[in-house]
Design a protein around this ligand. Structure first.
Ligand SMILES: Cc1cc2nc3c(=O)[nH]c(=O)nc-3n(C[C@H](O)[C@H](O)[C@H](O)COP(=O)(O)O)c2cc1C
Length: 518
């Protein structure tokens, strides 16, 4: 035995290395047949796989220029990180963007900016920017709701996000006076930290699911009654990253807690079909909306990505003839994010936000319906200049998902679908979640929202207005080539926005439906 140990201890380090390489080579050639490259080029073939696996990080850190990456480039991410940390988010020496590029947005500034009068709400709070419309006012819902912030957290479920991420977002919206959309996973304990909540459900009816997998009104009413911070209900028809695509929640992922929150059985696969069981056509959907609004007293809206317009036209006609229908419509752009989607869907199905929203808004505007709907936009709109464009087109609020994730530490690793999120945000792994400092991250989300609103107000003032709801299509130009060819939004998208009735910021501040008031 001793002589064997002496022999082994006499082998040099390079001898051990050689031995390992020989074993790997034998394995590559004789004991695996799934990788041709490592079979044909033993040992060195592994280098290719390794380099490929770290390629995204290498490109992100060293190769890609500041404006190159998608979905969010380095400048955009940097602006969110700095804003969330209340650090210097300015840039020096002028823009590094090609402002002559196609699709570049120009906001037409006034000769003299809007000047705040004495005692204006924004002299006391530079970030006070509520929605100029009240959800549910037209339809006379029992509990109308004016979002106290024009920027809010978009639908992302507990399940796609970690418990600590959801908790950080909820405390964050409470600090910022915004709302938190639950996403499709039901209302979890992490949504109950004091922020206003918009309860969202899709075809899986998680959280309000009957035994047969359909919708349970009884459960929804009970949920709303026991959780008064739920301010509105959003029915998901589709989302930009995967419209019309159902999903499977694998039984292996269904822990006891997730089963309780979603109202499903532990360990059993759960299907989210592409279609709703509760309605199968537009008139039935309107009835469904009305029943929910009647039973809960809350404003009810729908969320969708836009493609064909025929069924939207049918909806508008029903709204016109019956005076009923959704209190708000959330339009998601085809560029929207998700926890997981097939690339063919994410890349190609549904229109990008500007095309989808302009088609939809024009349709409702032409029927004279735009005043009674609160329009919410989502799809990379969490930047003040983009929000200005969205408001000029008719949006009343912005929902942000990935921008909110970045404000609490997401590094755009783009592996939300693998449960390996290194930032502990889009994962259920305890170890990586433990890196999230909830009080700090909630402050960051809140600070991002406040900085966003402050800059958005400043841009609004620069254009000569008090509130962004006053932006008109002609205030924003979009580059189609030379200035003689660059077109204002109304000439590009062929409609004029309906003017939002606005009686001043003080009027919004005094509103009894203003969110965040408990
Ligand atoms: C991790 C993650 C989970 C999401 N979950 C949902 C969901 O449950 N329901 C839904 O309608 N949209 C969901 N979305 C889409 C977002 O709510 C949002 O519409 C989309 O990402 C566009 O906003 P953004 O560009 O600010 O990310 C999810 C997005 C992400 C990134």
């Amino acid at each position: 035995m001793d002589s064997i140990l002496v022999f082994l201890s006499n082998i040099a380090w390079w001898g051990w290395l050689l031995l390992v390489l020989i074993i790997v080579a034998i394995r590559d050639i004789f004991f695996q047949n799934s990788h041709t490259i490592s079979h044909n080029f033993p040992i060195v073939g592994h280098l290719r796989y390794w380099l490929e696996s770290i390629g995204p990080e290498m490109r992100q850190y060293f190769v890609a220029n500041n404006r190159e990456e998608l979905p969010f480039n380095r400048i955009e991410r940097g602006w969110i990180y700095a804003s969330a940390k209340k650090e210097n988010n300015y840039e020096g020496f002028g823009t590094d963007r090609d402002i002559y590029a196609h699709q570049h947005i120009f906001i037409n500034n006034a000769m003299m900016p809007y000047e705040l009068p004495k005692n204006h709400p924004n002299t006391f709070d530079h970030c006070f920017l509520p929605c100029a419309k009240v959800m549910g006012e037209f339809n006379k819902r029992k509990r109308p709701y004016r979002p106290a912030s024009v920027i809010n957290v978009s639908a992302m479920s507990f399940g796609s996000l970690s418990a600590k991420a959801v908790e950080s977002l909820n405390i964050g919206v409470k600090i910022a006076g915004a709302y938190h959309n639950t996403g499709e996973g039901g209302l979890s304990p992490y949504h109950k930290n004091g922020g206003d909540v918009v309860f969202h459900f899709g075809t899986g009816y998680f959280g309000v699911r009957a035994k047969d997998g359909g919708f349970s009104m009884e459960k929804l009413v009970n949920l709303v009654e026991t959780n008064p911070f739920i301010r509105a209900i959003e029915i998901k028809l589709s989302q930009g990253a995967k419209p019309g695509k159902g999903g499977v929640l694998p039984g292996a992922k269904i822990t006891k807690q997730i089963a309780e929150i979603r109202g499903v059985e532990v360990g059993k696969d759960v299907l989210s079909p592409p279609n709703h069981k509760a309605f199968s056509n537009v008139p039935e959907m309107v009835d469904f909306i009305e029943k929910i609004a009647e039973a809960t007293g809350l404003p009810v809206g729908i969320k969708a990505a836009i493609g064909k317009l025929e069924q939207w036209e049918e909806l508008a006609n029903i709204m016109l003839s019956t005076g009923k229908g959704p209190d708000f419509i959330t339009v998601d752009g085809g560029e929207g994010g998700t926890g997981a989607a097939p690339p063919s869907f994410a890349d190609h199905v549904s229109l990008p936000w500007v095309y989808g929203f302009s088609d939809l808004y024009r349709l409702f505007k032409n029927k004279g319906l735009s005043e009674r709907i609160v329009f919410i936009g989502s799809g990379k709109l969490g930047f003040p200049a983009k929000a200005a464009m969205a408001f000029a087109m008719g949006a009343d609020c912005i929902n942000v998902a990935r921008e909110a994730m970045m404000s609490i530490g997401c590094i755009q690793a783009q592996i939300c679908h693998t449960n390996r999120c290194p930032a502990g945000i889009a994962t259920q792994k305890k170890w990586t979640q433990n890196g999230i400092n909830v009080p700090l991250k909630s402050e960051r989300l809140a600070q991002y929202f406040k900085t966003f609103r402050k800059e958005f107000i400043e841009i609004t003032h620069a254009a000569g207005y008090e509130h962004p709801c006053e932006f008109k299509m002609s205030d924003i130009e979009i580059n189609v080539d030379d200035h003689n060819l660059s077109k204002e939004l109304h000439r590009t998208y062929m409609y004029e926005k309906t003017i939002v009735p606005f009686k001043g910021m003080q009027h919004l501040k005094d509103c009894k439906y203003l969110g965040g008031k408990n």
